[in-house]
Design a protein around this ligand. Structure first.
Ligand code: HEC
Length: 242
């Protein structure tokens, strides 16, 4: 800001200050009144509609697939993209958001431009649009992908179109059912307590896989209550892991 701009600004400021009303009590009274109205509306709505309670939490479940609320989908997506590189995970979840927050806090110190017109602030405009676009894109893809437990694996090359469909359906069942909490498939999942399943079809025939899924040895939960089509897709998928 140069000297002339500074003086013009101070002049304008003193004129506005003489015309205006003091913050206390005028603005405080206005804000207070609005806060009371919002409170009354919330109380009224909660009396009228009540709050929804989900099903009771089950602390013993091993197959729960966590999903964040929609306003965290962008962070969730960043985490999902990074999950195969564990050493980047802290960077994605703590590093990047913290750096962005610090940049935002420091904005008045490094952006000293007196311009307020948006067309004279190309860098700020570009940065703003990029941020909004990136968050919109990440939110969209976070909302449309499977869970962080989904299986990312290339299907075998020799499948027919309908086999390929079953294969993908089975891979989805693996994601939904939480198998990766205990098993590794390819580069997905946790190593243990269950054995690695990447090449399970080499040693265990499909019929035996199906019977393990129905009557497993604890701690593996039984999947005999899956709908028949999902169960068959799952067994088919596992029987292709060679
Ligand atoms: C709570 C952990 C857990 C979950 C969840 C789980 N498993 Fe297991 N699974 C195990 C353990 C432990 C074993 C080993 C049991 C044994 O040796 O008898 C096992 C064994 C198996 C076997 C037999 C492996 C072999 O070499 O004979 C298959 C196949 C299998 N699991 C598939 C699955 C699938 C598919 C899912 C998801 C639908 C799943 N598991 C979910 C823990 C789990």
């Amino acid at each position: 800001m140069n000297q002339a701009q500074k003086e013009a600004y101070l002049r304008e400021y003193s004129i506005l200050k003489n015309e205006g009303k003091p913050f206390f009590p005028y603005a405080v009274a206005k804000d207070g009144a609005m806060a009371c109205i919002v409170m009354v509306v919330i109380i009224f709505l909660s009396l009228l509609f009540g709050a929804e309670l989900g099903p009771k939490a089950d602390p013993t479940t091993t197959t729960y697939v966590p999903r964040p609320d929609w306003y965290f989908f962008f962070l969730f997506e960043v985490l999902r993209v990074m999950r195969n590189v564990p050493k980047f995970t802290p960077m994605a979840t703590i590093g990047v958001p913290t750096i962005c927050m610090i940049l935002l806090f420091l904005l008045p110190f490094y952006d000293r431009s007196p311009e307020r017109r948006i067309e004279r602030r190309p860098i700020a405009l570009a940065a703003g649009i990029t941020t909004i676009a990136a968050m919109a894109y990440l939110t969209y893809s976070g909302a449309h992908t499977g869970s962080p437990n989904s299986v990312e694996l290339k299907p075998p090359a020799n499948l027919s179109a309908s086999q390929l469909q079953t294969w993908h359906a089975g891979a989805n069942v693996v994601g939904e059912s939480g198998c990766l909490a205990c098993h590794v498939i390819g580069e997905n999942g946790n190593n243990g307590p269950g054995p690695v399943l990447t090449h399970i079809a080499n040693t265990v025939p499909a019929a035996q896989i199906a019977s393990t899924l129905r009557n497993p040895t604890p701690p593996m939960p039984s999947f005999k209550d899956l709908p028949a089509d999902k169960f068959n897709d799952l067994v088919y998928f596992l029987s292709t892991l060679q």
